[in-house]
Design a protein around this ligand. Structure first.
Ligand SMILES: [Zn+2]
Length: 94
């Protein structure tokens, strides 16, 4: 569904590797099994952080982080990657 929608609207769907995203603290990056004390609640085990919140929201933040990291590490055609305004499609996009 998501692939269909983004294709239809001319956007780009990026898939990022997801392992560990539910175990990583999106606030400090600390990753350890057991941070997810309940299905819906993430509690960071880093004593200097202690962030807690919705586990799915935390995982989504981690996936977004991976997506942004991937962009930073993959320059387009050797040029600097410039953040484009919303709604402006790159020339190569269909
Ligand atoms: Zn943390």
């Amino acid at each position: 569904m998501l692939t269909y929608r983004t294709a239809r609207h001319g956007g780009a769907l990026h898939k990022v590797p997801a392992p560990g995203t539910s175990l990583r603290c999106s606030a400090c990056g600390f990753t350890t099994p057991g941070s997810r004390e309940e299905q819906a609640t993430f509690v960071c085990k880093n004593p200097d952080c202690g962030w807690s919140g919705n586990a799915d929201w935390n995982a989504a933040r981690n996936i977004l982080h991976l997506y942004r990291m991937g962009h930073a590490l993959t320059p387009a055609a050797g040029r600097a990657v410039v953040r484009r305004p919303r709604g402006v499609k790159p020339a190569t996009a269909r």
